[in-house]
Design a protein around this ligand. Structure first.
Ligand code: HEC
Length: 136
């Protein structure tokens, strides 16, 4: 191989080695890859969900794919996202808040534990889940 070919080829390899991962991971590349953009007031709820709930639960808007527990998009919004429907969001929010504060069959090993979050955090997570469930 001539020196010139070698340089051109080497350069190409370097470009591809940088470009391909960048294309693949560019906009994501962290543990919460695939999370959806949410309004500013739901951001902290989204982060709390990713850290505290995502290992067990799938929720499209949070970008989590836990499969230990029910998929919350399917469970809470089988007919699709609430699209701002206040009554639906409020009802879902109450259901999520109850689950987070009290757990679900939490006394049985392997079910959902209660009290993982403080009250403020639980409310933020519930608001986030209620507003976004079903987007997936
Ligand atoms: C250790 C795994 C685990 C974690 C962490 C977890 N859950 Fe769960 N969750 C479960 C399981 C298991 C169930 C199903 C319980 C059952 O049906 O007995 C469940 C059920 C639920 C339900 C359904 C309640 C209903 O009304 O049917 C909601 C809502 C929920 N979880 C929200 C959350 C949120 C929000 C978080 C984070 C704060 C969270 N979960 C963290 C395991 C988990």
């Amino acid at each position: 191989m001539s020196k010139r070919t070698f340089i051109v080829f080497g350069g190409l390899v370097v470009v591809l080695a940088v470009l391909i991962p960048w294309l693949v991971f560019g906009s994501k590349g962290d543990a919460t890859a695939g999370a959806q953009d949410v309004p500013a007031n739901l951001k902290s709820g989204q982060e709390l969900f990713q850290v505290n709930c995502g290992n067990c639960h799938t929720l499209y808007a949070a970008g989590t794919d836990g499969n230990y527990a029910p998929d919350l998009d399917e469970l809470l919004a089988p007919n699709g996202p609430p699209e701002g429907d206040k009554d639906t969001i409020k009802a879902t929010e109450g259901r999520v808040l109850n689950a987070v504060e009290n757990g679900v069959n939490g006394d049985t090993p392997g079910r959902m534990p209660g009290g993982i979050l403080n009250e403020e955090q639980a409310k933020e997570v519930a608001a986030f889940v209620a507003a976004t469930a079903g987007e997936g």
